[in-house]
Design a protein around this ligand. Structure first.
Ligand SMILES: *Cc1c(COP(=O)(O)O)cnc(C)c1O
Length: 376
């Protein structure tokens, strides 16, 4: 590492997926690798997840699915967020499954299938209460009838019926059972229209870990693949058998002594209270360090804990290290698995008022990803 790097432990990804497979029991595991593998790097994460026992990959967009194919990954892939006007043909030719939430999307996929001369593999999505993607109760009957008609004509193959939970990270929440009931009704309604897909899927990481009744045929964990807990009510990563895969590190770029009363960084939102040393860390909000981490972001420098001092800038921030001896080139850990008392993405999330998902996913393209545990 020169200036900074995000170290990604692919052995941790493999072992996290192994744990998710154990918890999924008879259900297959689709590792969700959207958003560049939650910031960890999509293709290396996908390969490690498949190695660890996942048999499917899940992404949001068609481009992400095509990037997996371009990396010679041949496992089944589902892409679930279509927007009007997208060219579906390359995805169908590349054997990518697509999610359909509305008639317009079914029409688009049928057009593409007719153009390519092969049936499109689709997963019909029902909104069972999340209130986001998926066909609502009013539209579901029409959608399943239309899909059944297309299946009988050979333009589509309905591989799955699926939905997504609103409160899986709050075990015991009353919406979970309600969503499950609506999901089963949606499956029955599709069966009534003549659709008998092999895959029903509903569970994200939290549900995979703690709601076995929601597993059905396939589970779709994302954040847990990378070793992060889906939420405080689900439990800390370690108690779930997960290990955070990403460690974000930098090297101190400048150290200087200043007097008491020195304002630090833009707006002087921090002022030294004694003669002290300031260490400059060359990472900023352009790299995904939240500006909200001003005066609250935790770091470890040469084994000791500190807090960011003053405003996080685009490319850098400052840490008042007091009378600790810190030198240029010393290692700064922003977050990682929490070994030796170093901060975690969970702590960062709590400090800046967000979720660990956002902390890792927002790490920017200037930060190189350095992999350990890569095979072959
Ligand atoms: C992102 C996503 C997942 C994975 O969610 P996690 O909470 O990270 O496990 C699963 N399904 C859908 C539809 C998603 O958008």
């Amino acid at each position: 590492m020169d200036r900074f790097a995000a170290y990604v432990d692919l052995d941790a990804v493999r072992s996290n997926v192994g744990e998710l497979c154990r918890r999924a029991r008879d259900a297959s595991v689709m590792a969700v690798v959207k958003a560049d593998g939650y910031g960890h790097g999509m293709a290396p994460s996908a390969r490690a997840a498949l190695d660890g026992g996942a048999s499917w990959l899940g992404v949001a967009f068609l481009e992400e699915a095509l990037a997996l194919r371009a990396a010679d990954i041949t496992a089944p892939v589902l892409a679930w967020l279509l927007a009007p006007g997208e060219d579906l043909a390359p995805a169908l030719v590349a054997d990518i499954d697509v999610s359909i939430s509305a008639l317009w999307a079914l029409d688009a996929v049928v057009d593409a299938a007719e153009g390519t001369g092969r049936a499109a593999r689709v997963h019909l999505k029902a909104d069972t209460g999340l209130g986001r993607a998926g066909a609502g109760d009013d539209d579901w009957p029409t959608l399943v009838e239309a899909a059944a008609k297309q299946e009988s004509e050979g333009t589509v193959e309905v591989v799955g019926i699926w939905s997504h939970l609103a409160h899986a990270d709050a075990p015991g929440h009353p919406t979970i059972g309600r969503q499950q009931t609506r999901f089963e009704e949606a499956v029955e309604r599709a069966a009534g229209a003549g659709l008998h897909p092999q895959l029903r899927h509903l569970a994200n990481s939290a549900a995979t870990l703690v709601l076995p009744e929601t597993h059905y045929d396939l589970v779709r964990p994302g954040v847990a693949v990378y070793g992060l807990s889906p939420g405080p009510d689900v439990g800390p990563a370690r108690s779930l058998g997960l290990r955070p895969a990403m460690t974000l590190q930098a090297r101190v770029a400048l150290v200087k002594t200043v007097a008491a009363g020195q304002g630090v960084s833009y707006g002087h939102r921090y002022t030294t209270t004694a003669n002290t040393s300031l260490a400059l860390v060359p990472l900023g909000y352009a790299d995904g360090i939240p500006r909200h981490a001003t005066n609250v972001g935790p770091v470890q420098i040469s084994g000791r804990r500190f807090t960011i001092s003053g405003t996080v800038c685009m490319d850098q921030f400052v840490v008042d290290v007091g009378d600790t001896s810190v030198a240029v080139g010393d290692e700064v850990i922003l977050f990682g698995p929490g070994d030796d008392g170093a901060p975690t993405a969970d702590e960062w999330a709590a400090a800046v008022g967000t979720i660990n998902y956002e902390i890792v996913t927002r790490i920017g393209p200037r930060v190189p990803r350095i992999y350990s545990g890569e095979r072959q």
